[in-house]
Design a protein around this ligand. Structure first.
Ligand code: TYC
Length: 113
C-alpha cells in the first residue's frame, strides 16, 4: 500500500505482535499451596508412641512433642506441621506406615491450608 493513513492506519490490530511490546504485563507467580498435617486422637495409641512419632517425623523436642500430643489427646486433633503438598504426603505416609507396623490405630491426615 503506497499511502496508508487515517482510519486505515488505526485499523491495524496487530500493532503489538513484534516483541510483544504492548501485551499485558505478566501476572505475579502463584505461591505453591501449603498443606496442614493433622494428627487425630484415638483411645488406644499409647501417649509415648505419639510423642515418639512427633520427635521422629516432625523434628520436635521431647517437651514440644509431649505438649502437642496432650493437645491432640484433649482436643481431638492438632496441626503438627505445614508443608508443600509433596512433603505433607510423605509425612502422612511415614506416620501411617509407622503406626501400622506397630499395630496402633493412630491416624494422620492433610488438608489444604
Ligand atoms: N488418647 C490416647 C491415649 O489416651 C493418646 C493419644 C494422643 C492418641 C494423641 C493419639 O494422636 C493421638 N492413650
Amino acid at each position: 500500500m503506497q499511502h496508508m493513513g487515517g482510519l486505515a492506519m488505526s485499523q491495524n490490530h496487530d500493532n503489538d505482535t513484534d516483541q510483544n511490546i504492548l501485551t499485558k504485563p505478566k501476572s505475579q507467580a502463584r505461591r505453591a499451596p501449603l498443606y496442614k498435617v493433622l494428627l487425630l486422637n484415638d483411645d488406644y495409641t499409647p501417649m509415648e508412641f505419639v510423642v515418639a512419632v512427633l520427635e521422629r517425623f516432625f523434628g520436635m523436642s521431647h517437651a514440644q512433642a509431649f505438649d502437642i500430643m496432650l493437645t491432640v489427646h484433649k482436643k481431638g486433633v492438632a496441626v503438627v506441621g505445614v508443608f508443600s503438598h509433596e512433603i505433607a504426603e510423605t509425612k502422612v505416609a511415614q506416620v501411617m506406615d509407622f503406626a501400622r507396623r506397630h499395630q496402633h490405630p493412630l491416624q494422620c491426615t492433610m488438608e489444604k491450608e
